[in-house]
Design a protein around this ligand. Structure first.
Ligand code: TLP
Length: 351
């Protein structure tokens, strides 16, 4: 049982569910703060400098959420009526409440990827000719790792090719790097190496890294100045935000390298699931901390499996009729993975 009397679940619905550790809470309690709307919060300024540095960009800005980070980037890069190319299962298109249309007045052009990964040739084909009938293609958004792609890593060579193509065609590139940390730890490719192939990058501290709140947008000084103006407009200016920025600094200093454990746990989960009746999954597709599998071959719907697992003390996320997503994170141990596999086996049976 937790302090608030709630039953303790193994929660695999998302890596957003982590709670700050005692050491993180201590860093938060001791954070030096000031009014960040005046630019006077030293802890926020340290975090912004640190993230700009990690991403090899001139500047970065602290914002409340990954959604706001993406949407501020889209707003700052585009004019109403512009077209933004992205992958059809991407986060900004599907899970940000229609913000692209509502807040920026842009239209999305969705391209079907393979586990979220787009080919440069697909993008080239989708760029509109210069003709008054068409919208202006302005921006390409990529996602690395790709959430609905099952935590797939966007290969850096493809990112480089897409960036070069975009530059020759006068387009901007935004990278939704909510889980760029996972891609970096899995491949050994540094965040700034990925980020060089995008004009702007959003990163999250509240997913795999385990901080309670916070994301950043990084880019050129000029771009971040524009983002700053829109952050005010969107109501995202925060005051003594050092309290939460301190958690982000702590997370970057202490929780980056351990992402390897989450990746191992996810692979282990996938290997175990492969042995179960009615489950289809290719463990080779599990590259980071997200496991997506299908139970169409079993008698159960995804939602029924989620209900049965809940009775076993395990929370999972049915993302489609027969599709399940599991996400490993800081608050899930190797022992929890064993318990999870046992519960799945009890419900589904072995092949
Ligand atoms: N993703 C959440 C849900 O919104 C689906 C999750 O549980 O995975 N980019 C990517 C790639 C994301 O996965 C998310 C969150 C965001 C942006 C948005 O971040 P927040 O939730 O901070 O607005």
């Amino acid at each position: 049982m937790t302090g608030d009397g709630m039953k303790e679940f193994i929660d695999l619905r998302s890596d957003t569910v982590t709670k700050p550790t005692p050491a993180m809470r201590k860093a938060m309690a001791e954070a030096e703060v000031g009014d960040d709307v005046f630019g006077e919060d030293p802890t926020v300024n340290t975090l912004q400098g640190k993230v700009a540095n990690l991403l090899g960009k001139e500047a970065s800005l602290f914002v409340p959420s990954g959604t706001m980070a993406n949407q501020l980037s889209i707003k700052s890069h585009t004019q109403p009526g512009d077209e933004v190319i992205l992958e059809s299962s991407s986060h900004p298109y599907n899970f940000e409440g229609g913000a692209g249309a509502a807040l920026s007045g842009i239209q999305f052009r969705c391209l079907q990827g393979v586990r979220g990964i787009l080919e440069p040739a697909q993008i080239e084909e989708a760029i509109r000719p210069s003709d008054h009938h068409f919208p202006v293609t302005r921006l390409v958004c990529l996602e690395n790792t790709h959430n609905r792609g099952g935590g797939s890593i966007f290969p850096i060579e493809k990112m480089a090719e897409i960036y070069r193509l975009s530059k020759t065609r006068g387009l901007l590139v935004h990278l939704d790097g909510a889980r760029l940390w996972n891609a970096s730890v899995a491949t050994g490719i540094k965040p700034h190496e990925y980020a060089q192939w995008a004009d702007s990058v959003s990163v999250c501290l509240s997913k795999a890294l385990g901080a309670p709140i916070g994301s950043l947008v990084a880019g050129s000084k000029l771009f971040i100045d524009r983002v700053h103006r829109f952050r005010k407009m969107f109501g995202g200016g925060m005051r003594q935000a050092g309290i939460i920025a301190a958690a982000g600094i702590y997370a970057l200093d202490n929780h980056l390298e351990r992402l390897k454990e989450d990746h191992q746990n996810a692979t282990h989960l996938a290997m175990g699931l492969k042995e179960l009746k009615g489950v289809s999954i290719d463990p080779k597709h599990v590259e980071t901390n997200i496991v997506i599998f299908d139970v169409a071959g079993s008698a159960m719907k995804g939602s029924q499996l989620a209900e049965s697992m809940k009775k076993e003390g395990i929370l999972i996320h049915a993302i489609g009729k027969t599709q399940i997503r599991l996400v490993t994170h800081l608050d899930v141990t190797a022992d929890d993975i064993e318990k999870t596999l046992k519960a799945f086996q009890k419900i589904l049976g072995k092949k």
